[in-house]
Write a protein that binds this ligand. Structure first.
Ligand code: BJW
Length: 232
């Protein structure tokens, strides 16, 4: 095996697959109030609005296909030990064939019961009246990590970072914690760090290497460089 790589991805990697980012001009947070659609309190106030927001995004994600950046990351798994930690709730890394993906902010493909915490495959259209298949409560929600909730897989991410030899962040603005703090942790551990983004992220100065441009170009180029290094 070559490098042990932890790769953090954000909405920017799926932008060229036609899925909207959050904080770019005209992004999702320009169209929806965060506190209405991405907090447990917003869901309690108006579950119909929140389910509608995620039903629409589930339909968009189902119609999207992986782009060259997702495909290039999958190819890395042949030669390196890779953990893709994605903040994205779409399934485009898996659709590109990636095997080792951790959805730290949950997934549109999963539903969850707010009463008993059971999880199951989400239907394309979730409705407030849907009963939980396990306890029967009409409290079903998307299995998404909202503000104030604890992201998934933190222990696994910490363990992967502690044995990694390289950290990369792709298409994330570096505004949302704990993901935004991974680069500082990687530096503390002495790892080389690389950012690929259309524009520098909030934490860009913490990266050793900043590669600007669309992910569909920067990511395949970076993957090719790694492949050339590991064969030389
Ligand atoms: C391209 C491109 C192209 C475009 N090619 N690039 C005060 C200080 C610090 C922290 C806090 C604080 N107050 C509260 C907090 C904590 C809070 C937080 O971080 N708030 C900040 C806003 C300050 N965080 C939380 O509440 C989290 N939980 C938590 O902290 O629990 C405590 C705990 C943690 C750990 C252990 C124990 C306890 C939960 C965060 C949940 C985030 N949820 C969301 C919505 C749900 C998912 C969904 O609906 O999809 O997740 S918010 C939203 O932001 C979404 C994203 O995953 C997340 C990150 O966004 P991302 O991916 O970076 O997208 P954008 O739009 O911001 O950036 C796109 C980037 O792409 C840009 O840089 C572009 O340039 C680039 N780009 N096109 C390459 N073609």
């Amino acid at each position: 095996m070559g490098e042990q790589i932890v790769i953090l991805t954000g909405a920017g990697i799926s932008a060229e697959s036609g899925l909207g980012t959050f904080r770019d001009e005209g992004g999702l947070w320009a169209q929806h109030r965060i506190e209405d659609v991405a907090t447990p309190e917003g869901f309690e106030r108006n579950p119909e609005l929140v389910l509608g927001f995620y039903n629409q995004r589930r339909a968009e994600a189902a119609a999207a296909t992986p782009n060259a950046a997702h495909v290039a990351l999958t190819a890395l798994e042949a030669k390196h030990e890779v953990l893709i930690v994605t903040q994205n709730v779409d399934g485009l890394h898996e659709a590109a064939g990636a095997q080792n993906v951790l959805h730290m902010h949950g997934s549109l493909a999963q539903a969850m019961c707010a009463a008993c915490a059971a999880r199951w495959e989400a239907p394309m259209v979730m409705q407030v009246s849907d009963p939980c298949p396990h306890c029967g409560a009409q409290a079903t929600r998307p299995d998404i990590v909202w503000f104030g909730e604890i992201p998934y897989g933190m222990e696994k991410i910490d363990a992967a970072l502690s044995k990694a030899t390289l950290f990369a962040a792709i298409g994330t603005s570096g505004n949302v914690y704990p993901a935004a703090g991974f680069v500082a942790e990687a530096r503390r551990l002495g790892l080389p760090t690389v950012e690929m983004n259309l524009e520098p992220s909030a934490g860009h100065s913490l990266f050793d290497d900043l590669r600007l441009g669309p992910a569909s170009e920067t990511v395949p180029a970076w993957v090719n460089e790694l492949a050339a290094k590991s064969t030389s």
